[in-house]
Design a protein around this ligand. Structure first.
Ligand code: 5RP
Length: 262
């Protein structure tokens, strides 16, 4: 049985009534800078927050772009150290102390591990440091896996990276959808959410989310496919229908079109 605080924080993120979550990710700036759609991050997130179960962002984005009256649980990005200009993209270390994450009322912390990269050991050992610190305060750690261009995101790799994350202590794993995704889900002992990845047509993103949910994912941690959509407020509601209401891709896309055209 988890301690009460840990369980309560997880329940604020993964909703008990559906067992699912729509995490809205806007943490990209820590290595991508003002990426398209996040130039004025505060204006981007404001109309979308009512539809998100949680908000994933950096310490700086929380401090400079988010109103303290926000009532969605915060998943704070606590890894970083490289940018898109670096050939070793995402050779990440710890960038936020647990004390500051707690001070800013994070409900969870997120850290990228680079399984298979030359520096996988650094990222895995730093990840376990974060897990140890977070567990001390009943804060769940979200392991972010499989980011970075050089990786083949197939079921073999994603199940390896996701299981390593869980074995090292992650409470939630974020990975990507792939063929034979059930292999990832069935070999990972903690909830798995999928990142959206680069922007793709709305119907494709909704289909990906649907397939992941149907395979047993606990939800999505989606960013660009929401905030780079032609109609982000319509898209976040369509994604929500897939995640929480079992809407089919066709139903969700119809909802997207209807809200977009209002
Ligand atoms: C970037 C991240 C993002 O949180 C994650 O990729 C989700 O965002 P998107 O749906 O845009 O991929 O970890 O490194």
């Amino acid at each position: 049985m988890m301690d009460w605080g840990m369980q309560n924080r997880i329940n604020r993120i993964i909703k008990p009534d559906t067992g699912k979550t729509l995490m809205f990710a806007v943490d990209h700036g820590y290595f991508m800078g003002p990426t398209s759609g996040l130039e004025q991050l505060d204006q981007t997130i404001e109309p979308l927050l009512p539809y998100a179960d949680s908000l994933m962002l950096t310490r700086g984005a929380l401090r400079y772009y988010t109103d303290p009256r926000v009532d969605v649980p915060i998943i704070m990005r606590v890894s970083g150290g490289t940018s898109i200009l670096n050939k070793n993209l995402l050779h990440e270390g710890i960038t936020v102390s647990m004390e500051d994450a707690i001070r800013m009322n994070a409900s969870a912390v997120a850290f990228s591990i680079l399984v298979g990269s030359d520096f996988e050991r650094d990222t895995l050992l730093a990840f376990t440091q974060v897990v140890d610190e977070a567990e001390r305060y009943g804060i769940p750690t979200l392991a972010v896996t499989a980011v970075g261009k050089a990786l083949v995101r197939d079921a073999r790799y994603l199940s390896l990276a996701s299981r390593i994350a869980a074995e090292l202590g992650a409470r939630i794993v974020k990975t990507y959808y792939c063929e034979n995704f059930e292999r990832v889900i069935n070999t990972c002992p903690v909830p798995v959410v999928i990142a959206g990845g680069k922007k793709i047509p709305e119907m494709d993103a909704l289909t990906m989310a649907y397939n992941a949910i149907q395979t047993g994912a606990a939800g999505v941690d989606m960013g660009r496919n929401i905030f780079q959509s032609d109609a982000p407020v319509a898209m976040v509601q369509a994604v929500r229908a897939v995640v929480h209401n079992n809407a089919t891709p066709a139903e969700a896309f119809e909802m997207y079109e209807e809200i977009k055209n209002r």
